[in-house]
Design a protein around this ligand. Structure first.
Ligand SMILES: Nc1ncnc2c1ncn2[C@@H]1O[C@H](COP(=O)(O)OP(=O)(O)OP(=O)(O)O)[C@@H](O)[C@H]1O
Ligand SMILES: [Mg+2]
Length: 221
């Protein structure tokens, strides 16, 4: 599960999160919508422990991560959280396979084992004959799928995705969503995704609306 309450985040004199609260029960998929600048990416980064709030509580799968120190956090993150960034952050010098396997290398896994798992995931995502391509040689949708594979390499129980379909046409967007729903069922993951697309949000179990740093609405489907 994903839970936060009273999250406050300031950048200098600007308060971006103003006591944000939300909850995604284990095994569910929720979405966050809201206008540009509302604080959606900031919230997702903080929930993913990639950034720290000034105050507030975060619990992921029952563990209070807001109380952990930096070392505990980086271990917890690597083992439990998959993150898909708004802008992919794929490394241009690495192949699709190496980009996918990178978090597994970092967690100290044997390289050939990590590569096997990466190749399995890329195959599953329809990228079998693109594994040796570098990001610059791939389409936006293909890069999106590598970012998804990379987020899944350590079998996270929690997947946070910042506009995972943002650069895709409607057909490819629905295809990525279909994959996310399938993965959720197969891996029993809890998912939270930010989207501007109502066609995506409507397929998630809870849709939160964020405005000016707070959740102002939640709709269950
Ligand atoms: N590192 C930073 N330093 C200062 N201000 C920041 C920083 N990161 C974000 N902000 C500010 O916080 C606010 C929220 O940004 P955020 O990226 O969370 O918005 P968003 O809801 O994801 O928007 P979008 O839909 O455009 O991606 C913005 O006004 C932004 O300028
Ligand atoms: Mg954003």
């Amino acid at each position: 599960m994903i839970y936060c309450n009273n999250l406050v985040k300031t950048y200098g004199s600007i308060t971006v999160l103003k006591g944000t609260r939300l909850e995604v029960p284990a095994g569910q998929m929720a979405s966050i919508m809201g206008s540009s600048g509302a604080g959606k990416s900031t919230l997702l980064h903080i929930l993913g422990t990639l950034d720290q709030a000034n105050s507030g509580t975060i619990k992921l799968n029952g563990v209070e991560v807001s109380a952990m120190n930096a070392k505990e956090l980086s271990h917890f993150r690597n083992q439990n959280i998959g993150f898909i960034f708004q802008f992919h952050h794929l490394l241009p010098e690495l192949t699709a396979l190496e980009n996918t396997a990178l978090p597994a290398y970092i967690s100290g896994q044997n390289v050939s084992k990590a590569n096997n798992r990466a190749s399995e995931l890329l195959d599953y995502l329809g990228m079998k004959d693109r594994m040796q391509h570098k990001p610059g040689q791939l389409s936006g949708g293909e890069q999106q799928r590598i970012a998804l594979a990379r987020a899944l390499i350590n079998n996270p129980k929690i997947l946070l995705a910042d506009e995972p379909t943002g650069n895709l046409d409607q057909h490819n967007a629905q295809e990525v969503l279909r994959l996310l729903l399938q993965l959720k069922a197969e891996m029993n993951m809890t998912l939270l995704l930010v989207t501007h697309d109502p066609n995506i949000a409507v397929k998630t179990e809870i849709t939160y609306t964020m405005k000016d740093g707070v959740i102002v609405d939640s709709v269950k489907s």
